[in-house]
Design a protein around this ligand. Structure first.
Ligand code: IPD
Ligand code: CA
Ligand code: CA
Length: 258
């Protein structure tokens, strides 16, 4: 069954995170100043892809470090072997394996596993979202000023109107808490679990968000781009929330005041 392959692949990747965490490993730089890739990213990616290829050799794979393994298939696995690599490289236990599974262009399953905090999130389209097998749902807050939010910043700063720092600054000036955990997949899962009321980020890749965005939707939340259009993991900009503060949040992101 495809679900068991997803779980097996996620666990195989997570074993590599655990094996290398706080130990010795090679770190190199990708484009940008501090855009790192470690030996653990490569080891986790290999472990994940080996599991998928063993069970489904004809499926399409898109993985952050390996790129595309193109196949003519209805299924596509979208993999981030470590989301939160900078955290991982610094011994900060906020990082995870994130895998989304697309069927005919729609994400139908997602798994996000942070073995360092023992948190395994899973979602299936139409069947809800869970944390360690217990159902989760988004928060109930209705006023943006009372929300606790999270965001992320790209490796190279985006100088644009209503850019990452401008939006961040607006909330901070009003005393609204906005955290920056350093793992978009975990940010999304924590919105799904009701810990955060909302998340926004200006430049993500499909592997950062494919699993996490399904998690939020299946937990009863809303996910769009920054114009309010339905989200697809191939869009850079994302706004995810409990649904109740979504319109207000979009208005602030697009230049309104809080
Ligand atoms: C990054 C993290 C971070 C987000 C960046 C991503 P990586 O992924 O998700 O939270 O702000 O935009 O690139 O490099 O750790 O896989
Ligand atoms: Ca990532
Ligand atoms: Ca990564």
């Amino acid at each position: 069954m495809i679900k068991s392959t997803l779980l097996k692949a996620t666990e195989a990747g997570a074993r590599e995170l655990q094996r290398f965490f706080n130990g010795e490993f090679k770190v190199s730089n990708k484009e940008g100043m501090n855009n790192l890739v470690t030996e653990a990213d490569h080891a986790a990616e290999k472990a994940i892809i080996d599991v998928i290829k063993e069970d489904y050799p004809s499926h399409f794979i898109l993985s952050e470090e390996a790129g595309e393994i193109k196949m003519d298939s209805e299924y596509k696995w979208i993999i981030d072997p470590i989301d939160g690599t900078v955290n991982f490289a610094n011994g900060i236990p906020i990082c995870c394996v994130s895998i989304g599974l697309e069927h005919n262009g729609k994400v139908v399953m997602g798994a996000v596993y942070n073995p360092l905090m023992n948190e395994f999130y899973f979602a299936q389209k139409g069947f809800g979202a869970s944390l360690n097998d217990k159902k989760i749902s988004v928060s109930n807050k209705t006023e943006l000023v009372k929300c606790c939010m999270v965001t992320g910043f790209p490796y190279s700063y985006l100088d644009m109107p209503n850019g990452p720092l401008e939006v961040f600054e607006k909330f901070i000036r009003k005393g609204v808490p906005v955290r920056r955990l350093g793992s978009a997949a975990i940010d999304l899962c924590w919105v799904a679990a009701g810990r955060f009321d909302a998340f926004f980020e200006h430049s993500l890749n499909a592997w950062d968000s494919a699993a996490g965005f399904l998690m939020v939707k299946e937990a009863g939340g809303k996910v769009t781009d920054m114009e309010g259009n339905p989200y697809s993991p191939y869009q850079k900009k994302i706004v995810a929330s409990n649904g109740k503060v979504h319109d207000e949040l979009l208005a602030v992101i697009n230049g309104g005041s809080i």
